[in-house]
Write a protein that binds this ligand. Sequence first.
Ligand code: 4AD
Ligand code: MG
Length: 479
Amino acid sequence: MKRIKIADVLSGSLVGDPIVVKGWVRAFRANRFIQLNDGSTIKNIQAVVDFENFDEHTLKRVTIGSAIAITGKLVESQGSGQALEIQVERIDIIGEAHPDDIQKTVMQPKRHSLEFLREQAHLRFRTNTFGAVFRIRHAVSYAIHKFFNDRGFYYLHTPIITGSDAEGAGEMFRVSTLDPKNPPLTDDGNVDYSQDFFGKQVNLTVSGQLEAELGALALGQVYTFGPTFRAENSNTSRHLAEFWMIEPEVAFNDLTDNMDLTEDFLRYIADYVLTNCEDDLAFLNEREQKEQQSKPKNERSELSLIERLEFVRDNAFKRITYTEAIDYLLRSRPYKKNQFKFDVQWGIDLQSEHERYLVEREFQSPVIITDYPASIKAFYMRQNDDGKTVAAMDVLFPGIGEIVGGSQREERLDVLKAKCADFDIPEEELWWYLDTRRFGTVPHAGFGLGFERMVMFATGMTNIRDVIPFPRTPQNAEF
Ligand code: 4AD
Ligand code: MG
């Protein structure tokens, strides 16, 4: 008989039929009730064993964590707590899990801390929480591709190994095959990268944007969705050294079009998760609610996970300029009471305490801040007529902070060249990028969504390490 996934079994159409399910044992109570999970849904199927019909040796091997196949008849459940159950006719042990070994693992059925679960990232998939998180991660990823495909965008694969530093932040991982103990040197004593694999210095990409722009200026609208690497030594709950980023780029769009696209996009993802991930979302919603109860009242979030997703789906984001943001901060209570750690004045890079104040206290809504000072943003952003600011936009989310960064791009060759000079970027390095401004340049715009930050928002997880299967952070590349 062919194996049936538990999600399909629970849909109910097979009542009365003989079926086979395969999965991992979550619990075996009173030598009678097996709870089996196969990853297709957060729900377990209950299988009822008439132990007199089974030899003791087989039943002893039905331990938590073991993999088994159950053959039996699907029936309406006698007990409460589940609608359906399987009357077991046959049990096959596929892979054993010894109870003594299980003791030390996250599979032991009790509440574990997320820190402990992180130490066993290879096993944490077996828990309800991480099953739910990674099913939702998949759904968000699919929704992203669907959103762009339905709107006629092309998925462009930009390189992972690159010679450019798109963001100009210099936080790159070098890629080299030179012997680190004995690298070839130039006459002036520097490492001679002309002898390296690519004949030049290269690194892991910090963004696919510059390449995406080249695509957009011919294909019209493209997006990238790939791994991104940043060697910033910030051990926070919102930074990874390896994360995934989605970067759409659209020819003929200006900053307003860009903001509209961002809002549609984030609203679509929220709606997709609400519609398609009901069981997992319900579990994570309840999990968060329990966790909230152990927190002091003023640290609890006012909306539940599901309500936050609904809020994004149903409400326009607040849009303000950087200059207005500074004004709001200067008029705020925490500023007047000296409660901000970092000073506030026009020209500063907004710190996360400032962003949190605006999103969580001033507006209690996602906020898009536009038109930042040129000096704190990347070289490619379009200069505004005031000469001081650029057509940048950051989207800030409650509980997350910056989730999207984007801009209208500088399409004017002379202005862009001047910008390169200001930022000490040699034109020879970016000749291919500058070329697009020579041949039929057009206004265009795009943005980058941090995929893991979106998954944090969709799951309510508060540490970014808990929404990527195998996190890469400073001093940590286990598994
Ligand atoms: O704001 P960023 O640096 O923008 C860019 O890279 C542009 N090239 C995007 C574009 O216009 N095409 O990064 C974009 C987003 C951030 O808003 C944040 O959500 C996420 O990427 N991000 C990180 N996520 C996890 N860990 C990190 N270290 C991140 N750095 C940025
Ligand atoms: Mg940014």
